[in-house]
Design a protein around this ligand. Structure first.
Ligand code: HEC
Ligand code: HEC
Length: 304
């Protein structure tokens, strides 16, 4: 870790941790549904790490076994966390449309320990690490080919604001409190599902509101486009003119800002140190958490 002060510690908004007494609502045995789907799943199935709820089979091609069910006891179904057609959620990562070679390399980096996280007590990351050690090369290759072929969907609406809904940690992600209470945004991004229940049912059509500080979109755009007088390197050189990726380099447009922030922070802290990270090192070396926030805000506002 190269971050020194309290102010630079990993921010809770980007790395939410469940409270110790966190318990999801009990399974009432009823089949749950989502709009636009004839499927039905019980809560226990929706939360089963070996099930990828497939609400909209018409949205994607045939799912490989490792994506749909995984393999017991430790290869959890990729589609459970990253969802059936790869939009993921703020607690993990979108995978739709990422390059095949990139996906394979990241799983290898997580497995080798070169790619870690700055807040190791986060459950989803622990599970990803565990499964990376158990998955075979053939399973990872099948999953990579499947996710790479999918088209990422625009699911994010960004709002610059001074005031945000009060939130709680709802299972490694933030959700707006139903009381309607608000609070100042401060130096945070608040990313919440438009409909928590729909998102908890792992509906891949779930949409997000992303509240960002006033002025952060322009600050992020300036950093992306100009490097802000040598503070960083113009992102489009490597991530492509529209930030939708270039060759083996991943897209950063239209993805969860909580995820994007964590990556910038983890690169700088030396916790994301896989083979490809050498190219990101000079980019993040002089970035403050505020710069990273602006970059995450701006990139999340773009079409994926
Ligand atoms: C238990 C939930 C869970 C499951 C199941 C899961 N992942 Fe992940 N995955 C995560 C989390 C959490 C991250 C890292 C998020 C972060 O760094 O903040 C991640 C990150 C990744 C990344 C990095 C994405 C990027 O843009 O760099 C890849 C690739 C990936 N997972 C592939 C897979 C594959 C392939 C499978 C199935 C074999 C799988 N995951 C199953 C939770 C999961
Ligand atoms: C010199 C080339 C280069 C430049 C310039 C660059 N990147 Fe990257 N970036 C990469 C590479 C290569 C990776 C993959 C790193 C790895 O494999 O761990 C990456 C990964 C990332 C990731 C992680 C994506 C994911 O799916 O996990 C983010 C976020 C990111 N870059 C943001 C930026 C931003 C923002 C800028 C501009 C301020 C930028 N990059 C400039 C090469 C670059």
């Amino acid at each position: 870790m190269t971050v020194a002060s309290e102010e630079e510690a990993p921010p809770a908004w980007a790395y939410p941790v469940n409270p110790p007494d966190f318990k999801p609502s009990p399974d009432d045995g009823e089949l749950k549904h989502v709009a636009g789907s004839t499927a039905g799943y019980k809560l226990s199935e929706i939360r089963d790490l070996f099930v990828a709820p497939d609400w909209h089979p018409e949205d994607h091609g045939p799912m490989p076994e490792v994506v749909m069910h995984g393999r017991k006891p430790q290869v959890y179904a990729c589609g459970c966390c990253h969802r059936a057609d790869g939009p993921g959620g703020p607690e993990n990562s979108s995978l739709a449309g990422l390059p095949v070679a990139y996906i394979i390399q990241q799983v290898a980096d997580i497995k080798s320990g070169a790619r870690k996280t700055s807040v190791p007590q986060r459950g989803p990351t622990q599970a990803m690490t565990l499964l990376s050690t158990a998955a075979t090369d053939a399973e990872v290759a099948a999953a990579a080919a499947y996710f790479a072929a999918l088209k990422p969907k625009p699911l994010i609406r960004v709002v610059e604001t001074q005031t945000v809904p009060k939130t709680y940690v709802a299972g490694w992600f933030l959700a707006a409190m139903k009381t309607g209470d608000t609070e100042p945004i401060g130096q945070r991004i608040i990313e919440v599902p438009e409909d928590v229940e729909q998102f908890e049912r792992r509906d891949t059509h779930s949409r997000f509101v992303v509240y960002v500080p006033v002025g952060s979109l322009q600050k992020g755009k300036t950093l992306v486009d100009t490097g802000a007088a040598g503070k960083t390197i113009q992102c489009r050189i490597c991530h492509g003119p529209d930030l939708k990726g270039l060759g083996p380099i991943p897209a950063i447009a239209g993805r969860s800002p909580s995820y994007i922030f964590r990556q910038l922070y983890d690169f700088k802290a030396g916790n994301r140190a896989g083979i490809g990270s050498a190219l990101m090192k000079p980019t993040v070396a002089n970035l403050t958490p505020e710069d990273m926030l602006s970059l995450a805000a701006y990139t999340s506002s773009l079409a994926p």
